[in-house]
Ligand binder design. Sequence first.
Ligand SMILES: Nc1ncnc2c1ncn2[C@@H]1O[C@H](COP(=O)(O)OP(=O)(O)OP(=O)(O)O)[C@@H](O)[C@H]1O
Ligand SMILES: [Mg+2]
Length: 231
Amino acid sequence: MNKNESVVRLTNVTKTYFMGKVEVEALRGITIQIPVKRFNVIIGPSGSGKTTLLNLLGCIDFPSSGQMEVCGQEVARMNDKQASDFRAENIGFIFQNFNLVPVLSAYENVEYPLLLMKKPAAERKQLTLKMLDAVGLSKHQNHRPNELSGGQRQRVAIARALVKGPKLVLADEPTANLDSKTGKSIIDLMYAMQSENHTTFIFSSHDKQVMEYSEKVFEIRDGLLVKEKEN
Ligand SMILES: Nc1ncnc2c1ncn2[C@@H]1O[C@H](COP(=O)(O)OP(=O)(O)OP(=O)(O)O)[C@@H](O)[C@H]1O
Ligand SMILES: [Mg+2]
């Protein structure tokens, strides 16, 4: 993909949740193109649909209608097996609450996506150690999540998201549970990793620091894209 191409193309994407008889229209027709190899951020008030949108982009969930091309593939109507294969191959996730596996060490958490991809042991070890080093956690590789600080946990999550060299990294408010200094160090780290790995990042965030770094900002409100701005 060259730099002017899009990693994401959505046309008229809607998502309606059904809660019993109540319908919630979380996305009401999103048409958006997100460029490759960039720091992109999605902003919007609470309830505007940011998490819903990231979940669709990551094929964790599927749209009610519309077209979705992610990493060059039509993903809107994949079945669960196709979606999980697609995710394993193309997508890294970073979450607000880190979502590490509590019973696994930092090393095992980072290695996990490579196991899912059935990479051979020697390659898993080499990639895992390299990523732990890149996020500054070599000395903490045997710690479990509850033996790490919030910032360290998010570093493990970044290493886990990037270890397989995904085309797209989705980060849902990755600094929301961190103090501003730790948040800044996490953004610096993600920025450095983005440049080095040439992966496309899409964040959702309220954090001013994230917005300052981003090259492109998309604003959503009530399930609609209302503004797009290049920094
Ligand atoms: N699983 C669900 N079932 C029913 N409604 C949902 C579900 N998930 C989200 N919603 C609704 O969809 C709308 C969008 O929610 P979403 O979580 O995408 O917002 P958000 O922009 O991420 O908000 P926040 O900034 O608080 O994280 C909200 O009205 C929410 O209540
Ligand atoms: Mg959210």
